[in-house]
Design a protein around this ligand. Structure first.
Ligand code: AMP
Ligand code: MN
Ligand code: MN
Length: 321
């Protein structure tokens, strides 16, 4: 019996939490787990609390039932998914503090082990992959498979990032066998863009700047530009992926303004720089090839600070070679 199954046997109420600005893996794992518990143990009182997510994920079963505000409810068991530290849970951390028991399911190399029990597999492509291994496969129905497949697709950039393993593909195969419409899941939740999302992508690419001899590229979107185009953070998915694919680039940086002098920063690397180390230094976290953090100062300050750390790693590598 897996740890998840054991913990579900000994509880009558469960709260599921994920990280701020929930992405496909966070939503997929939270709702996959929600639907699994609902079918396995309908007697359990349960809720998912997450910040508002992009409506492109509305096809996931249970999406409309997600609660976006804190309330006075208490739950016995708190399960945190796809979140490397307590801060990532945002305001919903209060449910973790009030729970008698907790389980953290995650795949971030920077995970701090903040749960009472932690299942953290940093080689797994996604939290959905970790979660699949905690489930009884015969109890996974089509709706649960859609959730888990979505998370895997998003965290692997449609099965191509280095986190994709033979095991990932095997699990995806098992999920396909549940009858999901995998083509539509990929198109609708990953590739499809609204008109304004395409416009902001174009703007970000047009204004991008390369530095460190073309090994790095960055682009920044200010709040006034976000207002002009009518976009928010959820509309900027995919910009970093296009920057990353620029020929000759080792590290791509994308940031958008979240406050007077505050930026949400995304980092991606090709094969040398460990961006999780860079992000961790600035209070964030993530994976070796994909990480993020929130930084203060002007765009210039942010780039200068990041650049020092990136250059250091590039130099270290050159000395080794
Ligand atoms: P993003 O650039 O937001 O797509 O994030 C890339 C990866 O880094 C994801 O796995 C995130 O969960 C992680 N990440 C992003 N921002 C933070 C942060 N502030 N703290 C910890 N992990 C983060
Ligand atoms: Mn995530
Ligand atoms: Mn993830």
């Amino acid at each position: 019996m897996t740890l998840l199954e054991q913990m579900l046997m000994n509880t009558d109420s469960v709260v599921i939490l994920g990280h701020v600005r929930p992405d496909g893996d966070c939503l997929g794992s939270a709702l996959g787990l929600y639907n699994y518990i609902r079918s396995l143990r309908p007697d359990i009182r349960m809720a998912v609390y997450l910040e508002e997510a992009s409506p492109k994920f509305a096809y996931l079963k249970g999406f409309e039932e997600i609660r976006h505000r804190t309330d006075d409810e208490n739950y016995h068991l708190c399960i945190c998914v796809d979140s490397s530290d307590r801060e990532r849970l945002g305001e919903f951390v209060c449910y973790l503090d009030r729970a008698q028991s907790s389980l953290c399911l995650d795949h971030h190399v920077t995970n701090t082990g903040y749960g009472e029990h932690n299942v953290v597999e940093d080689k797994a492509s996604s939290t959905c992959e970790v979660l699949f291994k905690q489930m009884d496969e015969s109890r996974i129905d089509k709706a649960i498979a859609e959730c888990l497949y979505t998370g895997i697709v998003h965290d692997t950039g449609v099965f191509k990032f280095s986190c994709t393993s033979p095991k990932t593909m095997e699990i995806a195969g098992h999920l396909m066998a549940k009858g999901i419409d995998f083509g539509n899941i990929i198109d609708d939740s990953f590739y499809r863009k609204t008109y304004i999302q395409n416009q902001i992508l174009g703007r970000a690419l047009l204004e991008s700047i390369t530095f460190l001899d073309g090994k790095c590229i960055f682009s920044a979107i200010r709040q006034n530009e976000m207002k002009l185009y009518g976009v928010d953070g959820k509309d900027m998915d995919g910009i970093i992926d296009q920057l990353r694919l620029t020929e000759g680039v080792e590290v791509a940086i994308f940031m958008y303004q979240t406050g007077a002098s505050e930026y949400k920063v995304s980092l991606r690397s090709q094969s040398i720089v460990d961006v999780s180390r860079v992000a961790f230094f600035f209070g964030g976290g993530g994976h070796v090839r994909a990480a993020g953090c929130t930084m203060s100062g002007s765009i210039h300050d942010v780039i200068n600070n990041l650049s020092l750390h990136i250059e250091k790693q590039l130099n270290e590598r050159e000395q080794e070679d």
